[in-house]
Design a protein around this ligand. Structure first.
Ligand code: MF3
Ligand code: CO
Ligand code: CO
Length: 265
């Protein structure tokens, strides 16, 4: 499938759904606490999304049973909210996707639950910077492969690894569209970026090896094969002439993630 170029009107609609996802993620940060069940995060995201007149994109998506993904420690992505309790020292990725006005907006972040170990800080801060480095590669005329190459170079230089089996994606009226945005690979490869292309960048960074496996029982939960910690951050963005516009940009720091002063509180 060809990569869609979104019209200015479509981009404004994507900005609305993306900002809803960003605001719901901020709300999650405000409400995290040690001892909380991931099911409670699901309830929070579900109710906040419905209150906005929107729908949680993940609910019933290819059979996914919940309104948000919650991925703890060695869980790479697609963790299913449930009775598991957040413990002091855990890292938690919360991935919110909101459908409103016919368009999806997709964003995620990794949070520190209580006091992080040095290993938890390392993988989380490398993942945070990996997304920034990927975003810095985006501009009209650049190649999609430049994004992954820059991310891989940085992450492996830090002694961590990049997950191969899950990629960023075009997004619009459908949750997952072309192009695939790999977080690894070679420069000067892949499609040329054009103004109006909308896609996510969402590097999953493992502290150990890059290989992952899917839980054979629930068919969703992705974990590192070596049991090492994994972290992820995701934004939805639109390509512009000189760079990009981050549609899921937040208007304040994420509690228990970006605002380091709150991490150890
Ligand atoms: N939000 C995820 C992404 O970034 C996809 C989750 S699909 C689900 O693409 F089915 F697991 F919810
Ligand atoms: Co995504
Ligand atoms: Co997502």
């Amino acid at each position: 499938m060809a990569i869609e170029i979104k019209s200015p009107k479509e981009i404004e609609a994507l900005r609305v759904s993306s900002q809803m996802a960003a605001e719901t993620l901020l709300l999650v940060g405000d409400n995290l606490r040690v001892g909380m069940k991931t099911e409670e995060i699901n309830t929070l995201v579900h109710e906040d999304t419905i209150r906005r007149g929107a729908l949680p994109s993940t609910l019933n998506y290819r059979g996914f049973p919940k309104s948000v993904c919650t991925s703890i420690n060695e869980v790479v992505c697609h963790g299913i909210p449930g009775p598991r309790v957040l413990r002091d020292g855990d890292i938690l990725n919360v991935d919110v996707t909101t459908f409103y006005g016919g368009f999806h907006g997709d964003t995620s972040a990794t949070f520190y639950i209580g006091t992080p170990s040095p290993a938890a800080l390392k993988v989380t801060e490398v993942a945070r910077k990996a997304l920034e480095i990927g975003i810095a590669q985006v501009k009209e005329g650049g190649r999609i492969g430049d994004i992954g190459a820059a991310i891989q170079e940085y992450v492996e230089g830090e002694g961590c690894s990049v997950v191969r089996d899950f990629v960023g994606h075009g997004i619009g009226r459908r949750f997952h569209e072309d192009p695939q945005v790999k977080h690894f690979g070679k420069r000067r490869t892949g499609e040329r970026m054009k103004v109006g292309m909308v896609f996510t960048i969402e590097p999953m960074v493992n502290l150990g090896r890059f290989e992952v496996k899917i839980d054979p029982k629930d068919k969703w939960t992705v974990t590192t094969v070596d049991g090492s910690l994994s972290a992820q951050f995701e934004h939805t963005l639109v390509v512009t002439k000189n760079g990009c516009d981050i549609l899921t940009k937040r208007d304040r720091p994420l509690r228990f993630s970006e605002n380091v002063a709150t991490v150890f509180a």
